[in-house]
Design a protein around this ligand. Structure first.
Ligand code: PLP
Length: 399
């Protein structure tokens, strides 16, 4: 037998292992130092009770012969798909219930969607990039090309008419750069996709962090229904990283190569996926209730307050950054021309703060650093104060 040799082409990511190893080594050698982690990519606030109560009630139903549920439908319970459709409606986007597929998180479908496309397809990703898009397509043996997102484009890469792609991954607001596309920029990608008969795979996992007047869904932009699939997640929106629930939207009219894409996806899901558990779907439904929305907004505002402290510090220090306003990520240009790892070591040793070196996300991340807003408010304040003291000798927040 032979294994899938495409796995040989995966580049081992040393990023988080290297961050952990340098941090551990420093902690061992300096046991009295209190290290603050500003690289956390996971949420830290617990689930609101309106959500856990819905889950508990659903668990009780599972214990009663009259309300017990077996396998859920492949595409998710209608009550949840209706709630998601209503959520889109709340920001002016019409998505019908039958275009929504509930899943166990955006990561799975961002990779699994490749099952319905030929391995000959060329995949375009922006650089720096969320590594899942790259690795899942390398596993399938697809050719990958990169669109550079750098300072010159505000970290919002735009299409190059001279290159061809069949599949285009866009992530807005972006992980890791925090940059978010405008409607006009998305229009350029839509025009490019139509020209190339391509499909845009749009990752909107951080849409709930958008506060500026920017599209929260690709389907808010004209023309997207004929060329795009959207992935969304409750992980960061509602603290569901440990619950596992998201959704994929495929417009009814999306066709390629003589096939209806939604039908193909249904066929794929019914062969390889048995749905999301009933209690989790009830908990997800509660996210979209008025009380649920109020509670999850409160948590998002907590993270956004942290973002503000980070961006204010960077502004005072004269350090260039993107993100923070419409995203939980703040992407900075390392000061004094330091490389990502040089600045990582500097922050660890001088401020005892850990952030994520940008070059771990791609070539365009060289010389950049990613901060996240998921630490506690107190830790964020202290971390920024320590960085400010190191870089300009002043304390901004701890008075
Ligand atoms: N998409 C992006 C851009 C992410 O950053 C993440 C998580 O970090 C995901 C998707 C994964 O989401 P989920 O937890 O729903 O699988």
């Amino acid at each position: 037998m032979k294994i899938n040799r495409n796995f040989d082409n995966l580049v081992e990511s040393y990023l988080f292992a290297e961050v952990a190893s340098r941090t551990e080594k420093y902690a061992e050698q300096n046991p009295n130092k209190k290290i603050i982690r500003m690289g956390i990519g996971d949420v830290t606030l617990p689930l609101p009770t309106v959500i856990t109560e819905a889950m508990k009630k659903a668990a009780d139903e599972m214990a009663d012969i009259n309300t017990f549920k077996g396998y859920p439908s492949y595409e998710g319970y209608e009550f949840l798909r209706n709630a998601i459709s209503g959520y889109y409606d709340s920001f002016g986007v019409k998505i019908s219930t039958d275009e929504i597929f509930v899943n166990d998180g955006a990561k799975s479908d961002c990779g699994n969607i490749g099952d319905i496309f030929s391995d000959d397809c060329t995949v375009l990703v922006t650089d720096p990039v969320y590594p899942v898009y790259v690795d899942s397509n390398i596993m399938a043996g697809r050719k990958i090309i990169y669109a550079r997102s750098d300072k010159s484009s505000g970290f919002c890469a735009l299409p190059d008419k001279n290159v061809h792609a069949d599949i285009i991954y866009l992530c807005s607001p972006n992980n890791p750069t925090g940059a978010a596309y405008t409607a006009d920029q998305i229009k350029e990608w839509i025009a490019y996709a139509v020209e190339n008969d391509a499909v845009i795979l749009y990752d909107a996992a951080y849409e709930s962090f958008i506060t500026d007047d920017l599209p929260r869904s690709i389907f808010a932009v004209e023309g997207a229904r004929n060329c795009a699939i959207e992935f969304c997640s409750l992980s960061k929106t509602a603290g569901f990283t440990g619950m596992r629930c998201g959704y994929t939207v495929i417009p009814n009219e999306l066709e390629r190569d003589g096939h209806n894409i939604k039908k193909l996806w249904y066929r794929r899901q019914s062969s390889k996926f048995n749905g999301v558990s009933y209690p989790v779907q009830r908990a997800a439904e509660a996210v979209f209730s008025p009380d649920g929305q109020q509670a999850v907004r409160k948590n998002i505002e907590y993270y956004k307050r942290n973002s503000k402290i980070i961006t204010e510090t960077m502004e005072k220090l004269g350090i260039e950054y993107t993100g923070g306003k419409n995203s939980p990520y703040i992407w900075i240009t390392c000061p004094n021309g330091m490389s990502s790892w040089e600045f990582f070591d500097y922050l660890l040793e001088k401020a005892n703060v850990v952030a994520t070196p940008g070059e771990g996300f791609g070539d365009c991340g060289k010389g950049c650093m990613r901060f996240t807003s998921f630490a506690s408010f107190e830790a964020t304040k202290e971390a920024m104060d320590r960085i400010a003291k190191c870089l300009d000798g002043r304390s901004y927040f701890l008075r």
